[in-house]
Design a protein around this ligand. Structure first.
Ligand code: FAQ
Length: 311
Protein backbone atom coordinates (compact mmCIF):
# COMPACT_ATOMS: atom_id res chain seq x y z
CA UNK A 1 0.00 0.00 0.00
CA UNK A 2 1.19 3.49 -0.95
CA UNK A 3 2.76 4.92 2.24
CA UNK A 4 1.78 8.48 1.30
CA UNK A 5 -1.89 7.62 0.86
CA UNK A 6 -1.79 5.62 4.07
CA UNK A 7 -0.30 8.58 5.94
CA UNK A 8 -3.01 10.88 4.55
CA UNK A 9 -5.69 8.41 5.60
CA UNK A 10 -4.26 8.13 9.10
CA UNK A 11 -4.02 11.89 9.45
CA UNK A 12 -7.69 12.24 8.49
CA UNK A 13 -8.71 9.62 11.04
CA UNK A 14 -6.60 11.37 13.69
CA UNK A 15 -8.29 14.68 12.85
CA UNK A 16 -11.74 13.07 13.42
CA UNK A 17 -12.61 13.45 9.73
CA UNK A 18 -15.22 10.93 8.55
CA UNK A 19 -14.07 8.42 5.94
CA UNK A 20 -16.65 8.15 3.13
CA UNK A 21 -17.38 5.30 0.67
CA UNK A 22 -15.44 6.76 -2.27
CA UNK A 23 -12.39 7.73 -0.20
CA UNK A 24 -9.24 5.67 -0.35
CA UNK A 25 -8.90 3.32 2.65
CA UNK A 26 -6.55 0.48 3.59
CA UNK A 27 -7.92 -2.94 2.61
CA UNK A 28 -7.75 -4.09 6.24
CA UNK A 29 -9.89 -1.12 7.32
CA UNK A 30 -12.47 -2.03 4.67
CA UNK A 31 -12.37 -5.69 5.72
CA UNK A 32 -12.78 -5.14 9.43
CA UNK A 33 -15.62 -2.64 8.92
CA UNK A 34 -17.42 -4.97 6.52
CA UNK A 35 -17.03 -7.69 9.15
CA UNK A 36 -18.26 -5.60 12.06
CA UNK A 37 -21.14 -3.86 10.25
CA UNK A 38 -22.41 -7.07 8.64
CA UNK A 39 -22.21 -8.97 11.95
CA UNK A 40 -24.15 -6.13 13.48
CA UNK A 41 -26.77 -6.35 10.69
CA UNK A 42 -27.05 -10.13 11.12
CA UNK A 43 -27.51 -9.61 14.87
CA UNK A 44 -30.46 -7.30 14.30
CA UNK A 45 -32.12 -9.76 11.92
CA UNK A 46 -31.50 -12.86 14.04
CA UNK A 47 -32.35 -10.75 17.11
CA UNK A 48 -35.93 -10.46 15.84
CA UNK A 49 -36.48 -14.17 16.44
CA UNK A 50 -36.38 -14.53 20.26
CA UNK A 51 -38.82 -11.65 20.71
CA UNK A 52 -40.95 -12.50 17.69
CA UNK A 53 -41.67 -15.70 19.62
CA UNK A 54 -43.80 -13.63 22.07
CA UNK A 55 -45.75 -11.28 19.78
CA UNK A 56 -48.76 -13.59 19.65
CA UNK A 57 -48.61 -14.15 23.42
CA UNK A 58 -48.09 -10.60 24.71
CA UNK A 59 -50.36 -10.09 27.75
CA UNK A 60 -52.26 -7.04 26.45
CA UNK A 61 -52.94 -5.09 23.28
CA UNK A 62 -50.65 -2.28 24.48
CA UNK A 63 -47.77 -4.71 25.13
CA UNK A 64 -48.35 -6.35 21.77
CA UNK A 65 -48.29 -3.05 19.87
CA UNK A 66 -45.04 -1.98 21.57
CA UNK A 67 -43.34 -5.35 20.98
CA UNK A 68 -44.46 -5.45 17.35
CA UNK A 69 -43.01 -1.95 16.82
CA UNK A 70 -39.75 -2.94 18.49
CA UNK A 71 -39.28 -6.04 16.37
CA UNK A 72 -40.07 -4.04 13.22
CA UNK A 73 -37.45 -1.47 14.27
CA UNK A 74 -34.90 -4.29 14.48
CA UNK A 75 -35.74 -5.37 10.93
CA UNK A 76 -35.22 -1.76 9.86
CA UNK A 77 -31.87 -1.54 11.68
CA UNK A 78 -30.73 -4.70 9.90
CA UNK A 79 -31.59 -3.34 6.45
CA UNK A 80 -30.04 0.02 7.26
CA UNK A 81 -26.84 -1.69 8.38
CA UNK A 82 -26.67 -3.99 5.33
CA UNK A 83 -26.93 -0.84 3.20
CA UNK A 84 -24.05 0.74 5.16
CA UNK A 85 -21.98 -2.45 4.72
CA UNK A 86 -22.70 -2.50 0.98
CA UNK A 87 -21.06 0.93 0.59
CA UNK A 88 -17.78 -0.88 1.35
CA UNK A 89 -18.17 -3.01 -1.78
CA UNK A 90 -19.69 -6.35 -0.74
CA UNK A 91 -23.22 -7.06 -1.94
CA UNK A 92 -26.08 -7.75 0.42
CA UNK A 93 -26.62 -11.13 -1.28
CA UNK A 94 -23.04 -12.12 -0.41
CA UNK A 95 -23.40 -10.94 3.19
CA UNK A 96 -26.69 -12.78 3.72
CA UNK A 97 -25.18 -15.89 2.17
CA UNK A 98 -22.36 -15.71 4.77
CA UNK A 99 -24.98 -15.69 7.53
CA UNK A 100 -27.09 -18.52 6.10
CA UNK A 101 -24.08 -20.74 5.45
CA UNK A 102 -23.01 -20.29 9.08
CA UNK A 103 -19.71 -18.56 8.19
CA UNK A 104 -20.61 -15.14 9.58
CA UNK A 105 -21.05 -14.41 13.25
CA UNK A 106 -23.97 -12.67 14.90
CA UNK A 107 -24.29 -11.66 18.55
CA UNK A 108 -23.99 -14.56 20.98
CA UNK A 109 -26.97 -13.25 22.98
CA UNK A 110 -29.55 -14.28 20.40
CA UNK A 111 -28.76 -17.96 20.86
CA UNK A 112 -30.58 -18.05 24.20
CA UNK A 113 -34.28 -18.96 24.46
CA UNK A 114 -37.15 -16.70 25.58
CA UNK A 115 -38.97 -18.96 28.01
CA UNK A 116 -41.43 -16.55 29.67
CA UNK A 117 -42.95 -13.10 29.12
CA UNK A 118 -40.45 -11.71 31.65
CA UNK A 119 -37.70 -12.52 29.14
CA UNK A 120 -39.11 -9.81 26.88
CA UNK A 121 -38.65 -7.35 29.76
CA UNK A 122 -35.13 -8.62 30.45
CA UNK A 123 -34.13 -8.39 26.77
CA UNK A 124 -35.29 -4.78 26.51
CA UNK A 125 -33.66 -3.81 29.79
CA UNK A 126 -30.39 -5.74 29.52
CA UNK A 127 -29.82 -6.61 25.86
CA UNK A 128 -30.92 -3.26 24.47
CA UNK A 129 -29.21 -1.59 27.43
CA UNK A 130 -25.95 -3.30 26.47
CA UNK A 131 -26.52 -2.52 22.80
CA UNK A 132 -26.92 1.21 23.58
CA UNK A 133 -23.79 1.28 25.72
CA UNK A 134 -21.87 -0.24 22.82
CA UNK A 135 -23.53 1.81 20.07
CA UNK A 136 -23.56 5.36 21.46
CA UNK A 137 -19.78 5.59 20.95
CA UNK A 138 -20.23 4.13 17.45
CA UNK A 139 -22.10 7.34 16.52
CA UNK A 140 -18.53 8.78 16.48
CA UNK A 141 -16.97 5.90 14.57
CA UNK A 142 -14.62 6.96 11.77
CA UNK A 143 -16.63 5.52 8.87
CA UNK A 144 -19.33 8.03 7.89
CA UNK A 145 -22.21 5.74 6.79
CA UNK A 146 -21.88 3.58 9.93
CA UNK A 147 -21.69 6.58 12.26
CA UNK A 148 -24.80 8.15 10.73
CA UNK A 149 -26.73 4.88 10.86
CA UNK A 150 -25.96 4.59 14.57
CA UNK A 151 -27.54 7.95 15.40
CA UNK A 152 -30.98 6.80 14.35
CA UNK A 153 -30.52 3.27 15.64
CA UNK A 154 -29.58 4.54 19.11
CA UNK A 155 -32.70 6.70 19.36
CA UNK A 156 -34.85 3.66 18.68
CA UNK A 157 -32.83 1.45 21.02
CA UNK A 158 -33.46 3.80 23.91
CA UNK A 159 -37.22 3.40 23.41
CA UNK A 160 -36.64 -0.38 23.36
CA UNK A 161 -34.70 -0.24 26.60
CA UNK A 162 -37.46 1.71 28.34
CA UNK A 163 -40.22 -0.62 27.19
CA UNK A 164 -38.20 -3.52 28.61
CA UNK A 165 -37.47 -1.86 31.91
CA UNK A 166 -41.14 -0.92 32.28
CA UNK A 167 -42.14 -4.57 31.81
CA UNK A 168 -39.63 -5.53 34.52
CA UNK A 169 -40.97 -2.82 36.83
CA UNK A 170 -44.55 -4.00 36.37
CA UNK A 171 -43.61 -7.61 37.07
CA UNK A 172 -41.36 -6.72 40.00
CA UNK A 173 -44.22 -4.79 41.64
CA UNK A 174 -46.76 -7.49 40.82
CA UNK A 175 -47.75 -10.76 42.49
CA UNK A 176 -45.18 -13.06 44.07
CA UNK A 177 -45.37 -15.22 40.97
CA UNK A 178 -44.70 -12.26 38.66
CA UNK A 179 -41.78 -11.12 40.79
CA UNK A 180 -40.34 -14.63 40.62
CA UNK A 181 -40.62 -14.55 36.82
CA UNK A 182 -38.72 -11.25 36.70
CA UNK A 183 -36.00 -12.65 38.98
CA UNK A 184 -35.69 -15.82 36.92
CA UNK A 185 -35.31 -13.77 33.72
CA UNK A 186 -32.57 -11.64 35.32
CA UNK A 187 -30.83 -14.82 36.52
CA UNK A 188 -30.73 -16.25 33.00
CA UNK A 189 -29.93 -13.07 30.98
CA UNK A 190 -27.39 -11.31 33.20
CA UNK A 191 -24.24 -13.24 32.32
CA UNK A 192 -25.02 -13.60 28.58
CA UNK A 193 -25.64 -9.80 28.48
CA UNK A 194 -22.13 -9.20 29.89
CA UNK A 195 -20.72 -11.48 27.17
CA UNK A 196 -22.25 -9.30 24.45
CA UNK A 197 -19.35 -6.85 24.84
CA UNK A 198 -16.97 -9.46 23.48
CA UNK A 199 -13.88 -11.21 24.86
CA UNK A 200 -11.75 -9.55 27.55
CA UNK A 201 -9.37 -6.92 26.17
CA UNK A 202 -6.35 -9.21 26.50
CA UNK A 203 -7.98 -11.76 24.18
CA UNK A 204 -9.70 -9.39 21.76
CA UNK A 205 -8.20 -9.89 18.29
CA UNK A 206 -9.40 -6.64 16.75
CA UNK A 207 -9.59 -4.03 19.52
CA UNK A 208 -6.11 -2.49 19.23
CA UNK A 209 -6.28 -1.90 15.50
CA UNK A 210 -9.93 -0.79 15.61
CA UNK A 211 -9.15 1.71 18.38
CA UNK A 212 -6.27 3.13 16.33
CA UNK A 213 -8.59 3.56 13.34
CA UNK A 214 -11.26 5.04 15.64
CA UNK A 215 -13.74 2.38 14.55
CA UNK A 216 -14.10 1.41 18.22
CA UNK A 217 -13.91 4.28 20.71
CA UNK A 218 -13.75 2.15 23.88
CA UNK A 219 -12.47 -1.34 24.60
CA UNK A 220 -14.76 -4.30 25.32
CA UNK A 221 -13.93 -4.32 29.05
CA UNK A 222 -14.40 -0.55 29.41
CA UNK A 223 -17.91 -0.71 27.92
CA UNK A 224 -18.76 -3.82 29.98
CA UNK A 225 -17.83 -1.93 33.15
CA UNK A 226 -19.90 1.10 32.13
CA UNK A 227 -22.86 -1.21 31.56
CA UNK A 228 -22.50 -2.89 34.95
CA UNK A 229 -22.22 0.50 36.68
CA UNK A 230 -25.37 1.78 34.98
CA UNK A 231 -27.42 -1.39 35.34
CA UNK A 232 -26.82 -2.59 38.90
CA UNK A 233 -28.64 0.37 40.53
CA UNK A 234 -31.54 -0.19 38.11
CA UNK A 235 -31.78 -3.81 39.24
CA UNK A 236 -31.69 -2.77 42.88
CA UNK A 237 -34.51 -0.31 42.23
CA UNK A 238 -36.51 -3.30 40.97
CA UNK A 239 -35.59 -5.04 44.26
CA UNK A 240 -34.14 -7.94 42.29
CA UNK A 241 -30.89 -9.79 43.02
CA UNK A 242 -28.06 -10.21 40.53
CA UNK A 243 -26.87 -13.82 40.08
CA UNK A 244 -23.34 -12.87 41.13
CA UNK A 245 -22.29 -13.34 44.77
CA UNK A 246 -19.11 -11.36 44.11
CA UNK A 247 -20.89 -8.23 42.91
CA UNK A 248 -19.94 -5.34 45.19
CA UNK A 249 -19.41 -1.60 45.03
CA UNK A 250 -15.76 -0.64 45.25
CA UNK A 251 -15.53 2.74 46.99
CA UNK A 252 -11.94 3.32 45.91
CA UNK A 253 -12.60 3.07 42.16
CA UNK A 254 -16.27 4.08 42.20
CA UNK A 255 -17.15 0.99 40.15
CA UNK A 256 -19.23 -2.13 40.69
CA UNK A 257 -16.91 -5.13 40.73
CA UNK A 258 -18.30 -8.33 39.25
CA UNK A 259 -17.34 -12.00 39.42
CA UNK A 260 -15.62 -14.10 36.75
CA UNK A 261 -17.42 -14.50 33.42
CA UNK A 262 -17.68 -18.06 32.09
CA UNK A 263 -15.75 -17.56 28.84
CA UNK A 264 -16.02 -21.24 28.03
CA UNK A 265 -19.79 -20.79 27.65
CA UNK A 266 -19.12 -17.80 25.32
CA UNK A 267 -16.72 -19.89 23.20
CA UNK A 268 -19.26 -22.70 22.96
CA UNK A 269 -22.01 -20.32 21.81
CA UNK A 270 -19.67 -18.82 19.18
CA UNK A 271 -18.77 -22.32 18.00
CA UNK A 272 -22.44 -22.99 17.26
CA UNK A 273 -23.23 -24.95 20.42
CA UNK A 274 -25.46 -22.48 22.27
CA UNK A 275 -28.99 -23.50 23.29
CA UNK A 276 -30.64 -22.10 20.11
CA UNK A 277 -27.91 -21.71 17.43
CA UNK A 278 -29.33 -24.40 15.17
CA UNK A 279 -32.91 -23.22 15.56
CA UNK A 280 -32.01 -19.60 14.76
CA UNK A 281 -30.15 -20.42 11.54
CA UNK A 282 -32.88 -22.84 10.52
CA UNK A 283 -35.49 -20.09 10.97
CA UNK A 284 -33.44 -17.63 8.88
CA UNK A 285 -32.87 -20.19 6.10
CA UNK A 286 -36.58 -21.01 5.98
CA UNK A 287 -37.56 -17.32 5.87
CA UNK A 288 -35.02 -16.69 3.11
CA UNK A 289 -36.29 -19.61 1.02
CA UNK A 290 -39.93 -18.64 1.54
CA UNK A 291 -39.14 -15.07 0.50
CA UNK A 292 -37.54 -16.13 -2.82
CA UNK A 293 -40.72 -15.30 -4.76
CA UNK A 294 -40.65 -11.72 -3.43
CA UNK A 295 -37.08 -11.19 -4.62
CA UNK A 296 -37.91 -12.75 -8.02
CA UNK A 297 -41.03 -10.62 -8.39
CA UNK A 298 -39.15 -7.43 -7.49
CA UNK A 299 -36.44 -8.22 -10.06
CA UNK A 300 -39.03 -9.02 -12.75
CA UNK A 301 -40.83 -5.77 -11.99
CA UNK A 302 -37.60 -3.77 -12.19
CA UNK A 303 -36.69 -5.43 -15.50
CA UNK A 304 -40.13 -4.58 -16.97
CA UNK A 305 -39.82 -0.97 -15.91
CA UNK A 306 -36.36 -0.75 -17.42
CA UNK A 307 -37.65 -2.23 -20.70
CA UNK A 308 -40.59 0.22 -20.74
CA UNK A 309 -38.28 3.18 -20.15
CA UNK A 310 -35.94 2.02 -22.92
CA UNK A 311 -38.83 1.64 -25.40
N1 FAQ B 1 -21.13 -12.51 19.88
O1 FAQ B 1 -11.72 -8.88 18.65
P1 FAQ B 1 -13.09 -8.85 19.13
C1 FAQ B 1 -28.30 -5.70 18.67
C2 FAQ B 1 -16.41 -12.06 17.95
S1 FAQ B 1 -26.92 -5.55 19.67
C3 FAQ B 1 -20.59 -13.07 18.79
O2 FAQ B 1 -13.34 -8.17 20.43
P2 FAQ B 1 -14.53 -6.76 17.70
C4 FAQ B 1 -29.51 -4.85 19.00
C5 FAQ B 1 -15.91 -10.96 17.04
O3 FAQ B 1 -16.85 -10.71 16.02
C6 FAQ B 1 -25.78 -6.84 19.19
N2 FAQ B 1 -19.34 -12.84 18.38
O4 FAQ B 1 -14.05 -8.25 17.97
C7 FAQ B 1 -30.66 -5.68 19.37
C8 FAQ B 1 -14.62 -11.54 16.55
O5 FAQ B 1 -14.88 -12.56 15.60
P3 FAQ B 1 -14.31 -12.50 14.06
C9 FAQ B 1 -24.96 -6.51 17.97
C10 FAQ B 1 -18.60 -11.97 19.10
O6 FAQ B 1 -15.30 -6.76 16.44
C11 FAQ B 1 -31.09 -5.70 20.68
C12 FAQ B 1 -14.11 -12.27 17.78
O7 FAQ B 1 -15.25 -12.55 18.58
N3 FAQ B 1 -24.14 -5.36 18.16
O8 FAQ B 1 -28.26 -6.46 17.78
C13 FAQ B 1 -19.10 -11.32 20.22
O9 FAQ B 1 -13.40 -5.82 17.79
C14 FAQ B 1 -32.19 -6.47 21.08
C15 FAQ B 1 -13.10 -11.46 18.56
O10 FAQ B 1 -13.70 -10.33 19.23
C16 FAQ B 1 -23.01 -5.16 17.44
O11 FAQ B 1 -22.66 -5.94 16.59
C17 FAQ B 1 -20.42 -11.61 20.61
N4 FAQ B 1 -20.99 -11.05 21.69
O12 FAQ B 1 -15.50 -6.43 18.95
C18 FAQ B 1 -31.39 -6.43 18.44
C19 FAQ B 1 -22.28 -3.88 17.73
N5 FAQ B 1 -18.13 -10.53 20.72
O13 FAQ B 1 -15.11 -11.44 13.37
C20 FAQ B 1 -32.49 -7.22 18.82
C21 FAQ B 1 -21.13 -3.62 16.79
C22 FAQ B 1 -17.05 -10.68 19.93
O14 FAQ B 1 -12.87 -12.18 14.14
C23 FAQ B 1 -32.88 -7.23 20.16
N6 FAQ B 1 -20.01 -4.51 17.01
N7 FAQ B 1 -17.33 -11.57 18.96
O15 FAQ B 1 -14.59 -13.87 13.51
C24 FAQ B 1 -19.02 -4.25 17.90
O16 FAQ B 1 -19.02 -3.25 18.61
C25 FAQ B 1 -17.86 -5.23 17.97
O17 FAQ B 1 -17.88 -6.00 16.79
C26 FAQ B 1 -17.88 -6.15 19.23
C27 FAQ B 1 -16.70 -7.13 19.12
C28 FAQ B 1 -17.71 -5.31 20.48
C29 FAQ B 1 -19.18 -6.95 19.29
Amino acid sequence: EDPERLARFEARVAAEDKIEPNDWMPEAYRRTLTRQISQHAHSEIVGMLPEGNWITRAPSLRRKAALLAKVQDEGGHGLYLYAAAETLGTSREALVEQLLSGRAKYSSIFNYPTLTWADIGAIGWLVDGAAIMNQIPLCRTSYGPYARAMVRVCKEESFHQRQGYEIMLTLARGTAEQKAMAQDALDRWWWPALMMFGPPDGESAHTDQSMRWKIKRFTNDALRQQFVDATVPQGHFLQLTFPDPELRFDEASGHWQYGAIDWEEFRQVLAGNGPCNRERLEARRKAHAEGAWVREAALAHAAKRRARRAA
